[in-house]
Ligand binder design. Sequence first.
Ligand SMILES: [Zn+2]
Length: 87
Amino acid sequence: MLEITKENIEKAIEKARITKPKVKVLEFRRYAVTNKTTGANYEVSFTKIGGKKFADCTCPATKICYHIGASIGAHIVLAEQMHTATA
Ligand SMILES: [Zn+2]
């Protein structure tokens, strides 16, 4: 599990903006991210523990990757729609 920080998520979101992967909501906090170029498909999940945010991705990266960056945009919107403070 990787901790999300302001720094690493900003980089991941930036990379996602360039890569523009397709994000599909599987359920709240779980997303499928597909690279449109390679067709590679990974699953991202978010967890909140003690006020800290964590993310997991099934890709081989060992840091906050662009799949997580792409998912968090959808995640924040969804969390707001559900009126929860647990984004
Ligand atoms: Zn990834």
